[in-house]
Write a protein that binds this ligand. Structure first.
Ligand code: U2F
Length: 573
């Protein structure tokens, strides 16, 4: 069946259910953004020009909100606890509904069993028939519950699963045996999924798919009004829980800030003002989302103290015309050196409180400075007070942007058909634009797919992203493909690894290989210049954009991307 866009959200609101603060929060959000979603649906509908879209049967099982996982989030909704996840799930549900899919929502193990058609009760009772869904969106908690209640059949059906995973999972952590043998084993990873089945909150690592969420959009009149009504010396502090104000050296920079600006906060408190919040701060208490927006519309500065990491609030602030000031982390925080990230299935280095804001938005909307340097901090505040900025929201965080991306994933990503290890027959004809001995990444334009000429005995299913987007780049020693592609103005595309994991690609690059081994190692394909050793990847699950090693230069499959929609290449829609 063809999916038809929906602009009425009442059925969805009924499906979400009642009885918990988390559900009320999500419903308030869905209602508040309803008009915006409807406009976006109409725009995308027009843009896609009647293109056929399959209507999918989709189950959304929100594991972290089930009683069985302990549901630690719901009781914290009104107390300053994390709301980012709730924001994202509300938006995922809305996007799937608006795109016109056949949606079922489960927030308990009982409902999960009911929808999957497995007998209720404890213990693992395998699902015998076919899976009654094309797609299942869940999280790590939900995955664990499915393992317990679907038993062996989970393995058979896992290609249909998408895991909403805030901070991301790198391939080395996802491969059970490899993770166990090489020290990448964590409490979360090792599900042996295709790493693109993990969907993140920000485009953290291109090894995963970027799901995202949305932020409020303003029309031109609202933008103009906001700019006229900005209070140049008004700052709002990022941190709704008192503990977020307990930063080392905070007293110092808060005093500097207070020298120039009126400082506002939205810190949750029960009866008394939290002792962590200095007396000069005008604390509004935790605000409902729409009231926070109003406060942000007046404020000039939204300032982070280093925690929470990578949340939605800075995007909302920037969308409401604030400048976001945040601390640079030197050295970067990661699972190797910071408690919060410890045990998370990624080695990603977090260079500031909000790397997306730093790298994808940047000045004048975002300033990332060293808070230990009071001169730098002081001059940043003064610069912010005199800088005029317009409200800004990257396209990928608008409703239309999210609908476009989720539409593309649903129609094109298929992890159930095995991907043949393609050997582009005449890759060897490639002529690199420079020798591999020159420092800096090599840039090798590949001919388009027809010119590549597939080996005649395989019929190529259409690749997605299409092969036309592929650019082969060689990293520096020690550099990951994430960085190598980014440095060259592209993005690493793990789906393209299979096209460059072959001798022809090495040959085309003029790499001197004495031996070409095929191994199981997440930095492959790669080569060592000194040792004249080249290695190809034997385990497709370990194709990794994130991997790097000091002695190896990596073969990197990069691709182009749309401005403001990094998840999609130019020809991806
Ligand atoms: C992140 O979670 P948080 O919930 O702490 O992220 P924030 O950016 O602080 O805010 C989430 C929402 O809270 C709302 C605001 C944001 O949409 O509009 N809010 C509000 O309604 N009232 C207020 O007074 C203040 C904010 C991240 F998203 C999680 O994935 C992480 O687990 C967590 C820890 O790093 O950080």
């Amino acid at each position: 069946r063809q999916a038809a866009f929906r602009t009425d959200l009442s059925v969805l609101l009924d499906q979400v259910g009642t009885g918990k603060e988390s559900l009320s929060f999500m419903k308030r959000r869905i209602r508040r953004l309803a008009q915006q979603w409807a406009t976006a649906a109409n725009r995308l509908d027009a843009k896609l020009q009647q293109r056929w879209r399959d209507q999918k049967k989709i189950l959304v099982h929100v594991g972290f909100l089930t009683e069985e996982s302990g549901d630690v989030f719901s009781p914290k909704v009104l107390k300053g606890g994390p709301l980012g996840e709730m924001v994202q799930w509300a938006d995922i549900l809305t996007a799937l509904h608006v795109l016109g899919h056949n949606l079922k929502i489960s927030m308990s193990v009982k409902e999960l069993q009911g929808f999957l058609g497995v007998p209720p009760g404890r213990g693992s009772c395998p699902l015998t028939g076919p899976l009654p869904f094309d797609l299942i969106y869940t999280d790590y908690h939900g995955l664990q519950q499915m393992k317990q209640h679907m038993g062996l059949s989970l393995k058979k059906h896992k290609c249909h699963i998408r895991v909403i995973d805030t901070f991301g999972t790198e391939p080395a952590y996802n491969h059970e045996e490899y993770a166990t043998l090489h020290g990448y084993r964590t409490n979360w990873g090792y599900w042996n999924l295709n790493a693109r089945q993990y969907m993140t909150m920000f485009p953290h690592t291109p090894d995963n798919s970027f799901m995202g969420f949305v932020s409020e959009e303003l029309n031109e009149t609202e933008k103009r009004n906001i700019q006229q009504n900005k209070v140049n010396n008004m700052a709002v502090v990022y941190g709704k829980e008192a503990s977020m104000w307990k930063q080392q050296g905070k007293e110092g920079f808060l005093q500097i800030l207070h020298k120039y600006m009126e400082v506002h906060g939205t810190v949750y408190y029960e009866t008394q003002r939290p002792p962590e919040v200095p007396a000069f701060v005008k604390n509004h208490g935790l605000l409902p989302q729409h009231e926070l927006q109003q406060l942000l519309r007046k404020a000039k500065l939204f300032i982070g103290f280093g925690f929470p990491y990578e949340g939605p609030a800075p995007l909302e602030a920037i969308a409401n015309g604030c400048i976001f000031l945040q601390p640079k982390f030197h050295p970067p925080h990661s699972s190797l050196n910071h408690e919060f990230f410890r045990g998370k299935p990624t080695s990603r280095e977090v260079s500031s409180q909000h790397p997306y804001a730093e790298q994808y938005i940047g000045r004048p909307h975002v300033m990332t400075v060293d808070y230990n340097n009071s001169l730098e901090f002081d001059s940043a505040i003064r610069e912010i007070m005199r800088t005029k900025v317009e409200p800004y929201l990257p396209y990928e965080y608008t409703c239309e942007g999210m609908l476009e991306r989720v539409h593309a994933y649903i129609q094109h990503q298929d992890f159930c058909v095995p991907e043949p290890p393609f050997l582009p027959a005449n890759l060897s004809r490639l002529s690199p634009t420079g020798g591999n001995r020159v420092p800096g990444p090599l840039f090798v334009p590949l001919p388009n797919s027809t010119a590549l000429g597939w080996a005649s005995n395989v019929t190529a299913p259409p690749a997605w992203p299409p092969l036309s987007s592929l650019r082969l780049i060689v990293s520096q020693e020690g550099q990951s493909c994430v960085d190598a592609c980014q440095f060259a103005g592209f993005i690493c595309e793990p789906a393209h690894f299979r096209f460059i994991n072959n001798k022809e690609a090495l040959h085309g690059l003029d790499v001197q290989c004495e031996v070409v081994d095929s191994e199981i190692n997440h930095i492959l394909p790669a080569f060592s210049v000194v040792r004249r050793e080249c290695g190809l990847q034997r385990e497709p699950l370990l194709f990794s954009c994130a991997g790097h090693s000091p002695k190896y230069r990596r073969l990197c499959p990069c691709r182009d991307f749309r401005h403001g929609q990094v998840a999609l290449c130019r020809d991806c829609l």
